[in-house]
Design a protein around this ligand. Structure first.
Ligand code: CAO
Length: 316
């Protein structure tokens, strides 16, 4: 009302109220010709500092050369607001993060041998279905990592289904659709489902049920870049894995092509050869997961990835 009576354009008023709201004092301050310090401002400032032009995070308005727009205050909404909530809750978890290097050559060959044929059937086949299956197989040996702490705080719930959430970088922001009952699915089933989820995510059409019910999470940050990440556990889950970028790096190998021992290297029986490696980082809730458990789980995962024949042997 005050704004209307005084012909104030509210778009130009810096909000200082909760959730980015303009409050009465903001309008009165504006009428008096003052703006709140360090608060939102018009997209284009009329000040003429000599610092280089730095566009604000949301403004597309062209800014004259040499003009520095004031900082902008933007309400946190939608997915970002959910992220603030869930990540704030995650702060109560004492995190234990454990990292490992995994050799990727055999898994890469397996993927290459399947990719073309499956591609002809319209199925996109990345590394993820294999890595999701390897995670599920490793989880079946360490069920505490597929558990959660009950709301009463005095019981653990061991989930019988491996509902693996996969972090996706989507046009709407970070979403974590869930592949349910991975323990019952073939690698092909997982590839098909992942394709559907990626398509729905790219259209912003993931349903509530596709986004809920996760019991463990994976994040393939390596598809964007980076080697190691320290992933954050999302309650009520107790563990999460982050996969780094696969790289070809020099490693000492013995005559069988296996990692060489120090003795073999000293005897001159080893060669330095290019090896595909991927770094994986696991974070767990240290209130209920011991470091030794996450280390043993990681060793299992490593075994499956480095020798996919083992994985095949355990498939149902
Ligand atoms: N290292 C190297 N290359 C990788 C890789 C890795 N870790 N992961 C994927 N790639 C390659 C794939 O092999 C593919 O290339 P080719 O087909 O030519 O071989 C290419 O990158 C694209 O893969 P993709 O992203 O389409 O498919 P994907 O199944 O590997 O990954 C998904 C799917 C959803 C995990 C990924 O698209 C994504 O969104 N990643 C980001 C996750 C994220 O934001 N995590 C952070 C969460 S915490 O804030």
């Amino acid at each position: 009302k005050i704004a209307k009576e005084n012909n104030v354009n509210l778009a130009l008023v810096a909000p200082t109220g909760p959730k980015g709201r303009i409050i009465k004092e903001d309008v009165l301050r504006f009428i008096q010709g003052k703006q709140a310090p360090q608060k939102a401002a018009p997209a284009v400032s009329t000040s003429s500092h000599s610092a280089p032009h730095t566009p604000g995070p949301v403004s597309n308005t062209p800014v004259p050369l040499g003009v520095v727009p004031l900082d902008q205050r933007v309400p946190i909404r939608g997915i970002q607001r959910m992220m603030v909530k869930s990540m704030t809750e995650s702060l109560q978890i004492p995190h234990l993060t454990y990292c490992e290097e995994v050799t990727f050559d055999k898994l890469r060959q397996l993927r290459e041998s399947l990719k073309t044929d499956l591609g002809k059937r319209g199925i996109k086949f990345s590394y993820m279905p294999l890595l999701i299956k390897a995670t599920s197989l490793a989880l079946s040996h360490y069920p505490v990592l597929n558990a959660s702490i009950a709301e009463n705080g005095t019981e653990m719930i061991y989930h019988s289904n491996h509902n693996i959430g996969l972090a996706m970088d989507t046009p709407k922001g970070l979403l974590v659709p869930v592949i349910k009952q991975v323990q019952l699915k073939s690698i092909l089933d997982i590839a098909i489902e992942l394709g559907h989820l990626q398509e729905a995510a790219s259209k912003g059409a993931l349903s509530e049920s596709q986004l809920s019910g996760g019991t463990f999470s994976l994040s393939n940050i390596g598809s964007i870049g980076g080697t190691y990440a320290a992933p954050v556990v999302v309650l009520p889950q107790v563990a999460i894995g982050a996969l780094g970028r696969t790289q070809v790096l020099p490693r000492y190998l013995d005559k069988k092509g296996e990692p060489a021992s120090l003795e073999t290297i000293e005897n001159g029986d080893a060669v330095v050869a290019p090896v595909s490696v991927m770094n994986v980082s696991w974070s767990a809730d240290h209130r209920v997961v011991e470091g030794a458990t996450i280390a043993r789980f990681s060793n299992k995962f490593k075994q499956y990835v480095e020798n996919p024949a083992l994985m095949v042997a355990e498939l149902r």
